[in-house]
Design a protein around this ligand. Sequence first.
Ligand SMILES: C[S@@+](CC[C@H](N)C(=O)[O-])C[C@H]1O[C@@H](n2cnc3c(N)ncnc32)[C@H](O)[C@@H]1O
Length: 381
Amino acid sequence: MVIQCGGDPAWTEPGLQASWHYPFVKQGAGNVRLSLNALFTLIFGPEMAAAQPVQAQPHVPVMLAEVLDALGPRDGATYVDGTFGAGGYTRAILDAADTRVLAIDRDPSAIRVGQALAEAYGGRLSLLEGRFGDMEALVGDVPVDGIVLDIGVSSMQLDQAERGFSFLRDGPLDMRMAQSGPSAADAVNSLPQEALSNIIYVFGEEPKARAIARAIVAARAEAPITTTFGLVKAIERVTGRPRPDRIHPATRTFQALRIHVNGELDELVEALHAAERMLGPGGRLAVVTFHSLEDRIVKRFFASRGGRLPSGSRHLPGALAGPEPSFELAHKGHVGASEEEARRNPRARSAKLRAGIRTAAPPMPSIADEIGLSPRTGARH
Ligand SMILES: C[S@@+](CC[C@H](N)C(=O)[O-])C[C@H]1O[C@@H](n2cnc3c(N)ncnc32)[C@H](O)[C@@H]1O
């Protein structure tokens, strides 16, 4: 086994989003490359590693060319970027043609930093602070030609220890994209053990959810868990310390809490339905996801809207025939990042793009009940 030491602290586990940063990356047969941060974590433990200065990485937009291709920006058209972040997609849409962009983000920091971009593009870019699940209300009567969503958190959010998203950086156990409402610490210190266990199991797909919830409840009985490393410690009582050949043991629990705190899956469902109502014939919808829970929702949505479900077959006679498809699907399944992009940007490895073009058919009934988003995330604050 060859162990290399690199300077990038932001390795991600393939198949998982950047928020579950994983310090080790397998590079070919048996070789493991360690980031500096990982090496420190191994030798000195997470507390000492966190004391090392971590450089904030600029957010690199994922699958930009493929997203632009799916949106097809054209002169005079208006686009909604529901996840403005560092403005990577927005900027590309504005540069591709004489377009207008209405960019939404629930994180006030993203909106604040984005003001410089809005000034640079004059009246062509409007920044709207709020949730993309509320995009109809935020956008109002403006006719929209395309909508893009890049689900998840940005590198800026992850890299700032004080935002509490990363189990590799010690900070307050926060995880609130909107910087308001109940935090991850509130959830961890107040929810009943069974509710915690359900959240960790459903939103983290963590097989040890029950034991981790038990360990959290035992830890908080000694003292409230207020920091990311405090939570990591409680999790490691069940899982043991991180191992170079495994994903970090806190990965799934952090994912689950983040989804819960931000009501992420409910938001996604709301946004997909809003997009279906807002787009006229020919309007484009492009959605990039990073883990299976999100992708399952988008896949199910497009399958039902594209007439790809058995009950929705247009070729069946009479009552069995489903409604007219409200989207023509842009691809057969999903599109992934190119090998070259995945090599350059580890975050792109798990990205999946699904896209469609709106038909003239009316919107269909909601998929919310059939995909059973239990336990309700409910964090609509
Ligand atoms: C992956 S980043 C987007 C990066 C962006 N595409 C770029 O190229 O810079 C996701 C952003 O979406 C925001 N976000 C996540 N969920 C949101 C929601 N429900 N409503 C509004 N913004 C949301 C996050 O705050 C974050 O800034």
